[in-house]
Design a protein around this ligand. Structure first.
Ligand code: BG6
Length: 504
């Protein structure tokens, strides 16, 4: 059994989707491993009038797929309490405070409190302010605030939101979730880079030709059309997840592997990303929206027919772009990124494309310019997890032909099954007070500064948004973006489907 942590969790938005899909199952896994066991309690709050019993039933249902024993389940849900709550009503915070104090006593929680705001950001300010003014924070334990994205809609609104929260919580008490940072293979980026001299010594403009980051999703907007239509891929995926991945790939080696040292290097990396003017945005970023499409036997409707989406919407469900990082390590190396909904396959992959050898000594005398295939290091983030490296070798047999081979390592199914889910890891980190895998305000601020220029340029755009058929890997312009620089996307899951006639 792991070491037990003592804490009271107060979950605002306790009846919501995130709580049911992610938070309660994560808490249950932590319970089963002993990270929380006897000395914990959870207060779920939301506007609805639920009883403790009903709340416990909902929690039990949300962890059912984890196959709990009856004994474990009964014990686990007995730690859950529900309190109906209107976030604007001061008196109700006092009731919440009383319940918190009494649970603190009952379960001997040492005054440790974790406030989880699983709600729309417009409520963050008022909730955090009331937590402080109504004394729901304790003096003798820890008080930590976990918040979900989106953190603002641009730099200005993010700053304002941060000021509201910071009036009650200090930066070291604020844990901004980016669930990508809880993923096993995202954390593995640092291991690959800083644990292997064969890579770290080559990790710069001299040896790396380009870097490609793909966060592709096969799903459409599902039931989140209303939210997504206001957000789009830029704010939903690039401002947070993609820029975090780029920062981890681009940062300098920290002197030690500590929260402060890693953070400082990530912030430096983000500060080095070139902020584009309007012309440069047009040159370096493209967007798209999915139209109806077919992949194998499945037909998909277009984005603008999804529930909750404006039929004339110009919101991007796809984007691709090139970042440049203006420092000694990366001068001139393109970092290509792309993300989208309704793409061919779900897959998050990073490709580090190394420069070819200076001369191809195996070339044909009729083709003196021919180059050897580049070495590519691939980091598979999800759904498959692992690494591969392509190398050039000699083709077996007569003559002397070069044949690329791939060294491939994937985590086994057992590893995948046992590996903790992102939210589970992040909640545990927060219990331990480790903010390494959370986003500091300085990171949020710099990410918005990078994104704002792109957002403003697109808002001014008068030509209709380019479309791509659902099931494809994005609009034409996303391929041209690389082609014009003599590059191409390494990952082409659409190629197989096209060859088979399963994708137009
Ligand atoms: C979320 C976005 O942050 O990440 C969603 O809001 C997206 O739109 C999701 O689907 C992707 O996460 P994952 O873990 O499935 O890659």
């Amino acid at each position: 059994m792991s070491q037990e942590n003592k804490a009271l969790f107060i979950i605002f938005g306790g009846t919501g989707d995130l709580a049911k899909r992610k938070l309660y199952p994560s808490l249950f896994r932590l319970f089963r491993k002993g990270n929380i066991r006897e000395h914990f309690a959870v207060i779920g709050t939301a506007r609805r009038q639920w009883s403790n019993d009903y709340f416990r039933e909902v929690v039990a249902e949300s962890v059912a797929s984890l196959n709990p024993t009856k004994e474990d389940l009964d014990e686990f849900v007995s730690h859950f309490y529900y309190q109906a709550h209107n976030v604007d009503n001061t008196e109700e915070y006092q009731l919440l405070g009383q319940l918190a104090d009494s649970l603190d006593q009952t379960y001997d929680l040492n005054g440790n409190r974790l406030f989880y705001l699983a709600m729309a950001p417009r409520f963050f300010g008022t909730i955090s302010q009331h937590i402080k003014s109504e004394n729901i924070m304790t003096e003798h334990g820890f008080n930590r605030l976990i918040i979900e994205k989106p953190f603002g809609t641009d730099y200005k609104t993010a700053l304002q939101l941060n000021e509201e929260i910071s009036a009650s919580f200090k930066e070291e008490q604020i844990f901004r979730i980016d669930h990508y940072l809880g993923k096993e293979m995202i954390q593995n980026i640092s291991a690959v880079r800083f644990g292997n001299n064969i890579f770290e010594s080559l990790w710069n403009y001299k040896y790396i030709d380009n870097v490609q980051v793909t966060l592709a999703e096969a799903v459409g907007v599902e039931e989140r059309g209303g939210y997504y239509d206001q957000s789009g891929a830029l704010k939903d995926m690039l401002q947070n997840h993609i820029l975090q991945v780029v920062a981890l790939l681009a940062m300098e080696a920290p002197t030690v592997f500590s929260e402060e040292a890693i953070r400082a290097e990530k912030i430096n990396a983000l500060k080095s990303i070139r902020i584009y003017n309007e012309e440069e945005v047009k040159e370096n970023f493209v967007r798209g929206q999915y139209s109806a499409g077919r992949l194998a036997d499945t037909e998909f409707t277009s984005y603008n027919e999804e529930p909750g989406v404006d039929p004339n919407s110009q919101t991007e469900t796809f984007l691709a772009g090139k970042f440049l990082i203006d420092n000694f390590r990366w001068a001139g190396v393109p970092f290509y990124v792309r993300t989208g909904k309704r793409m061919t396959e779900k897959g998050t992959r990073i490709h580090i494309v190394f420069k070819s050898t200076p001369i191809n000594i195996f070339r044909d005398s009729n083709d003196l310019d021919s180059q050897l295939p580049e070495n590519v290091l691939t980091i598979y983030i999800q759904p498959t997890e692992g690494f591969s490296l392509t190398l050039n070798g000699k083709e077996v047999g007569d003559g002397f032909n070069i044949d690329p081979v791939r060294l491939d390592y994937r985590h086994s199914q057992d590893n995948l099954y046992n590996s903790p889910e992102a939210y589970e890891k992040l909640i545990l980190d927060c219990l331990k007070g480790d903010a390494t895998n959370f986003t500091h305000w300085d990171e949020v601020a710099n990410s918005w500064k990078i994104v704002d220029g792109i957002k403003e340029t697109w808002e001014k755009e008068t030509t209709p948004i380019p479309h791509y058929p659902a099931g494809s890997m994005g609009p034409e312009c996303a391929f041209e973006l690389l082609e014009k620089e003599g590059h191409k996307w390494i990952w082409e899951p659409d190629a197989w489907y096209k060859n088979q006639g399963l994708l137009d």
